[in-house]
Design a protein around this ligand. Structure first.
Ligand code: BJW
Ligand code: ZN
Length: 273
């Protein structure tokens, strides 16, 4: 006899085969199996700090050296990691949908760049990207994937220890005006960029199937998208190893690791629709 999960997967795949505009929202959990720690899970602390202590304008104003060490550590970590089966299945599904003239878009809260490295093209990185920087003076935004991002950060950023502060003049600088740059990332209390919000609003309008993967659904505005879509009776599938505030409004909750579940939900060659 088919297990209830098998039945739910078959039901979901039927919905997917009729969908014209799939929207996927991902969070840190999708990259967990690539070896990148989530924010609120074990391993989410760097030195004694939570991300919420460091990913703020106040923390950067107090100590740009500390905040840059934190981001340098994460940039170097991400370089050593690879997209996993969940990222890859999403990229393949996008290609399949496009071939059929249908929409498939991913909004990610992640800054690790793994969706793009897996081949996803219709991607909105709503909280920014670890390899983009913005000047604190002239606001110029540019890509910077140098390793290390500046000489003074070489061999710094270890999650243990409390090394002396790096002088501000030796931290990453703008290529235009030579002022201090910051990570081009949306910190707590900062607004999501308007162009990004517009793109998200458009996808939410068009969406007829919503898939939420590996997010604790506590950080707004992303945490609010499931309820906006539930009000319009759009089917929602959640994939997570835990329940979240979105679970009770989701049509399906697939309990388990994303790299295992997502290929079962999306791969074109299962042929069980
Ligand atoms: C697995 C798994 C596996 C594990 N498989 N699953 C409305 C109400 C209340 C507050 C606010 C509100 N609107 C705005 C706010 C303030 C604030 C906010 O939401 N605070 C809440 C915490 C209460 N929001 C903001 O400040 C946002 N700005 C904004 O809205 O501006 C307007 C405004 C400002 C102020 C007041 C009101 C309005 C900006 C938010 C920017 C978030 N930035 C961060 C840091 C980015 C920098 C960086 O990366 O360094 O983004 S915070 C951090 O959380 C990061 C993440 O993208 C984000 C979400 O976390 P995520 O991805 O969900 O990760 P986790 O760790 O929480 O969860 C992992 C999940 O995976 C878990 O569920 C696991 O179970 C699961 N999992 N392994 C599947 N293998
Ligand atoms: Zn500048």
């Amino acid at each position: 006899m088919a297990s209830s999960t098998t039945v739910k997967i078959a039901e979901f795949r039927r919905l997917l085969s009729h969908a014209h505009s799939v929207l996927v929202l991902t969070g840190a959990g999708i990259s967990a199996e690539s070896g990148i720690p989530t924010f609120r899970g074990a391993g989410g602390l760097w030195r004694q700090f939570k991300a919420t202590d460091l990913a703020t304008q106040t923390a950067f104003a107090r100590s740009p050296s500390l905040v840059w060490e934190f981001y340098h550590y994460r940039r170097e970590l991400v370089r050593t990691k690879q997209p996993n089966k969940a990222h890859i299945a999403l990229a393949k599904a996008e290609k399949q949908f496009e071939k059929e003239g249908k929409r498939f878009n991913v909004i990610t809260q992640n800054v690790d760049g793994l969706h793009r490295r897996a081949g996803t093209k219709n991607l909105i990185e709503m909280h920014g990207n670890l390899f983009m920087v913005q000047c604190t003076l002239c606001q110029f935004i540019e890509e910077n994937d140098s390793s290390p991002i500046c000489e003074s950060l070489r061999n710094r950023g270890s999650p243990d220890g409390n090394p002396p502060e790096i002088d501000e003049k030796d931290l990453p600088r703008c290529t235009k005006c030579k002022s201090l740059v910051r990570p081009h990332i949306v910190w707590f209390g900062e607004h999501i960029w308007n162009d990004v919000l517009e793109k998200i609003q458009k996808e939410i309008q068009l969406c007829d199937l919503f898939i939420v993967i590996g997010t604790s659904s506590v950080v707004y505005p992303a945490a609010g998208y499931a309820s906006i879509l539930a009000e319009r009776n759009i089917p929602i599938a959640e994939v997570n190893i835990e329940t979240t505030p979105s679970t009770s409004i989701a049509t399906y909750h697939f309990h388990g690791p994303a790299a295992q579940i997502i290929p079962q939900l999306l791969s074109a060659n299962l042929n069980n629709e």
